[in-house]
Design a protein around this ligand. Structure first.
Ligand SMILES: NC(=O)c1ccc[n+]([C@@H]2O[C@H](COP(=O)([O-])OP(=O)(O)OC[C@H]3O[C@@H](n4cnc5c(N)ncnc54)[C@H](OP(=O)(O)O)[C@@H]3O)[C@@H](O)[C@H]2O)c1
Length: 240
């Protein structure tokens, strides 16, 4: 079996890649940092293939195709690339860069994977969004809004695939806080470890879950979070 993981140079994507490598899969890994890709590729050169790819650039779909060719095909596409920063001063540059990666880049790569699977006749598109999409977060407007965008976009693709009678499966993975370079420091509540989160992700993909919140504590939190009325939510001082 063959999986392509975009955003496998660090954090969650890298841990997921390691698990698939351990299971004997053919694994295609991508991201912007060539040396990080190379260090992982070297761990299992007969199984791992890499491609430098920036989701914000127009050549990303061609680079994805080149990676698929190196791997010899694609059964599962996993998008783990993403950026996120708190931005309480609402610096426009941070907001726009976040949208370029998490919205534009997300569309660019999921549509490329969709068209590949459409031609192939089957496939599985999985993406790591976040629980941050549940409600607009004042301290991270673009991050929370782009994650909500990803949730909705996958819903839309799922409906479109059924309308067009395509055999494409979708998995929307929504973790809570995970200790990765994205968070920069450990000062977050209910912080999870990336290798454990990666295990839950592999399981959810294998079970073809449509939506998965990781872990059970965050499932409870999200349940209650959704119940907070808007007029209360906008008055809450939500920090990390
Ligand atoms: N950590 C958390 O608490 C948490 C919680 C919920 C959801 N998530 C989501 O999980 C995903 C993975 O994040 P992480 O926590 O594992 O952080 P991370 O360690 O910073 O990983 C982010 C990955 O995205 C890649 N990436 C970023 N910009 C890219 C671009 N323009 N083109 C290609 N690849 C790009 C990075 O690779 P390069 O830098 O090499 O390009 C890296 O491999 C993100 O979508 C994030 O929003 C994280």
């Amino acid at each position: 079996m063959r999986i392509i993981i975009i955003g496998a140079t660090s954090g969650i994507g890298r841990e997921v890649a390691k698990l698939y490598i351990a299971q004997g899969w053919q694994v295609g890994i991508a991201g912007r940092r060539a040396e990080e890709l190379e260090s992982l590729r070297k761990e299992a050169p007969e199984q791992v293939f890499s491609e430098v790819l920036d989701v914000t650039l127009e050549d990303a779909p061609c680079r994805l195709q080149s990676l698929i060719d190196k791997v010899g095909g694609m059964d599962i596409f996993l998008l783990s690339s993403g950026i996120g920063k708190q931005n309480p001063t609402l610096t426009p540059d941070i907001e726009l860069k976040t949208a370029a990666t998490n919205v534009e880049g997300f569309i660019r790569l999921t549509t490329a994977a969709w068209h590949f699977f459409e031609k192939q006749g089957y496939g599985h598109i999985a993406a790591i969004s976040s629980i941050a999409g549940v409600k607009g977060l004042g301290i991270a407007p673009a991050y929370s809004a782009t994650k909500r965008f990803q949730n909705t976009y996958l819903d839309a693709l799922d409906q479109l695939a059924r309308m067009n009678k395509l055999n494409i499966t979708f998995t929307d993975i929504r973790p809570g806080f995970v200790a990765t370079p994205l968070l920069k420091d450990d000062n977050y509540p209910l912080l999870m470890k990336a290798p454990q989160v990666a295990q839950s992700i592999v399981k959810a993909i294998q079970q073809k879950k449509r939506i998965v919140v990781i872990d059970w504590r965050y499932r409870i939190l999200v349940f209650f979070w959704k119940l907070i009325p808007h007029w209360i939510w906008v008055r809450l001082k939500v920090k990390n």
